[in-house]
Design a protein around this ligand. Structure first.
Ligand code: UDP
Ligand code: MN
Length: 529
């Protein structure tokens, strides 16, 4: 080849290369999706067709990201149209008009929410699209990972469980659902046995697994996760309703960065009338206080996104609803299998994600409703110190009905079963790991503690200070509740039912107290000096 020709060829090749490769000049720019700030996964941002694509392409809605992957509008327009036309009880997430007959205690007893109302609402009911309007314009990767949906349940109501499954099937692109795994945590309600199996036989993508004993939600989720085959695992509670286009925005973030754990916005399905609405304040970050109580706190101004519908980071997740790359979940070690029944697992997984180079995000364009119960309906088996405190001498129970802060505790007749008094935590007490006694079940204790200031004073409820002292109690073998600071025991009056401190006399029946559920290990620890 002659030198002149070679030069020419080289020049042509250079120009061509520039056209193809140079950012903002070359053809590359035409196919490039605009990534706002170079952070991984900008495709969630409202996508405008890249300059120069031409109007015919705009119509076809073909979009591209940096590595040439296409974006698409995942909205199921047909389903949205169908939902919009639905009318009837609870449709469009409207409150069900309750009658007095439906307002009774019985309706709440087994589930902690009004199952009569739930039963009156269609399993396919529509929910309002309360996403930020920008969500309508968002495009996500055309090729997304698929997901196994894991739904643990323990004695869940029929219609609430089925509505969860229906809402997922109705509002998820079928190709993104690898399977729905219902994991039964040793329920004893009949409808969850054969009837559930028969029903779910109609849905090929639904599988049912069962634990061999009561495991609690953490190990139940783990069982589901270990059986999952999808690229991603998505955990939901057994009383949820997925909202419009909830899934693609979650999977898109994981596709962009597999170490991102994503949570949908959790909306409130009212436990009385099943209305569907946002949580107070809507988008907030997850946090916790010194008692390890989960808290939602406002997003600080410096972290607020220009587009409020964009994903934002959250330090800890609420717990029940999130999606995670399956392999990443196991790289993190899953959950600590020693966690019992309920609670704490959201901190464990959240801390591990952040410490292992992952991140956690809340996704405003993905919304899922959740029934926040009125009270915890299920039994917490021994293993947790949860008790009604029953006085042997009087046959009555410690009660906080008259327990305004600072006023003396009193005895009342013991409530049976899980009636209204127990739901309101008036006769249920917990021995906490701080060795104080608080009203409430272990997961929902109030921050008031049994408090006595002297060996003759009344026992009152006072703000917990967690510093032992006058809030430190020991439950002894002789059934007395011993107060080391005053070297006295809890006693009560048969005539006016007040509870007070007295010189210890283990043979006095009014100084003997019994507990409904106790765990000998916890009590032993409690009593060790
Ligand atoms: N769950 C379970 N085993 C238990 C307790 C709860 O499988 O021992 C399930 C329950 O059915 C639900 C999820 O775990 O799907 C979360 O529990 P729950 O809804 O009671 O927690 P909350 O939403 O009140 O925090
Ligand atoms: Mn729940």
């Amino acid at each position: 080849m002659r030198r002149k020709e070679k030069r020419l060829l080289q020049a042509v090749a250079l120009v061509l290369a520039a056209l193809v490769l140079l950012p903002n000049v070359g053809l590359w720019a035409l196919y490039r999706e605009r990534q706002p700030d170079g952070t991984p996964g900008g495709s969630g941002a409202a996508v405008v067709p890249a300059a120069g694509l031409g109007s015919h392409n705009q119509q076809k809605k073909i979009f591209f990201v940096g590595d040439g992957q296409k974006l698409k509008d995942w909205h199921d327009k047909e389903a949205i149209r169908r939902d919009a036309q639905r009318v009837g009880n609870g449709e469009q997430g409207r409150p069900y008009p309750m009658t007095d007959a439906e307002r009774v205690d019985q309706a709440y007893r087994e589930n902690g929410f009004n199952i009569y109302v739930s039963d009156k609402i269609s399993l396919n009911r529509s929910v309002p699209d309360i996403r930020h309007p920008n969500c309508n314009g968002k495009r996500y990767l055309e090729t997304l990972p698929n997901t196994s949906i894991i739904i643990p349940f323990h004695n869940e109501g029929w219609s609430s469980l089925l509505r969860t499954v229906h809402s997922v099937l109705n509002r998820s692109p079928p190709e993104l659902i690898a399977e729905i795994v219902l994991v039964d945590d040793f329920s004893d309600r009949e409808h969850l046995k054969k009837p559930l199996e028969d029903y779910m036989a109609l849905f090929p993508s639904v599988r049912i697994l069962r634990t061999k004993k009561r495991e609690g939600l953490i190990r139940t989720r783990m069982l589901g996760a270990s059986a999952a085959t999808g690229d991603v695992i998505t955990f939901l509670d057994s009383h949820c309703e997925a909202n419009v286009n909830w899934l693609p925005p979650l999977l898109d973030r994981i596709a962009q960065n597999r170490k991102t754990i994503v949570c949908p916005m959790i909306d409130v399905i009212d436990h009385d009338d099943f209305r569907y609405e946002t949580q107070a304040g809507d988008a907030m970050r997850g946090a916790f206080d010194w008692e390890m109580y989960y808290k939602r706190i406002p997003i600080p101004p410096e972290l607020q996104k220009a587009d409020p519908s964009d994903p934002f980071e959250s330090p800890v997740m609420a717990g029940g609803l999130f999606a995670v790359d399956r392999k990443w979940f196991w790289e993190l070690g899953g959950y600590d299998p020693g966690l019992e029944i309920w609670g704490g697992e959201q901190y464990e997984i959240s801390f591990k994600v952040w410490m292992c180079g992952g991140r956690m995000e809340d996704i405003p364009c993905s919304r899922v409703g959740h029934i926040y119960r009125k009270y915890v309906p299920y039994k917490v088996p021994a293993g947790v110190s949860l008790a009604r405190i029953h006085n042997v001498g009087t046959g009555l129970c410690a009660d906080t009905k008259h327990g305004a802060l600072g006023s003396p505790l009193r005895l009342e007749s013991c409530v049976r079963g899980r009636g209204e008094a127990a739901w309101n935590n008036m006769q249920v007490f917990t021995f906490t790991w701080r060795e104080d006694i608080r009203p409430g079940d272990p997961q929902h204790t109030k921050k008031f503690c049994f408090d006595a200031i002297s060996h003759t004073s009344p026992v009152t409820l006072y703000d917990c200070h967690s510093m032992k002292g006058n809030q430190l109690w020991k439950y002894r073998q002789d059934k007395t509740l011993y107060h080391p600071v005053s070297d006295s025991c809890m006693d009560c009056s048969e005539s006016d039912h007040r509870i007070f401190m007295n010189t210890c006399n283990p043979s006095s029946l009014t100084q003997q107290w019994l507990f409904e559920h106790t765990n000998s290990t916890v009590l032993e620890k409690f009593n060790r000096d």
